[in-house]
Write a protein that binds this ligand. Sequence first.
Ligand SMILES: [Zn+2]
Length: 63
Amino acid sequence: MKKRDSGEACIVCEEKKMKGIHLYTKFICEECEKKIISTSTTDPQYSEYVKKLKGIRTPPLYS
Ligand SMILES: [Zn+2]
């Protein structure tokens, strides 16, 4: 087992992380999860997160 290769790519920061949560087929690392939780919904950064998260549930089948 290689330590470097373990982990999954986070959809928010796009880095491979070991700890995190799975949301449907996607992965969000622990750090980003915390960031999202602690970010105010009025913060512009929050809508960036939401945009990425929305991509999970809306595959580009329709335009
Ligand atoms: Zn992340």
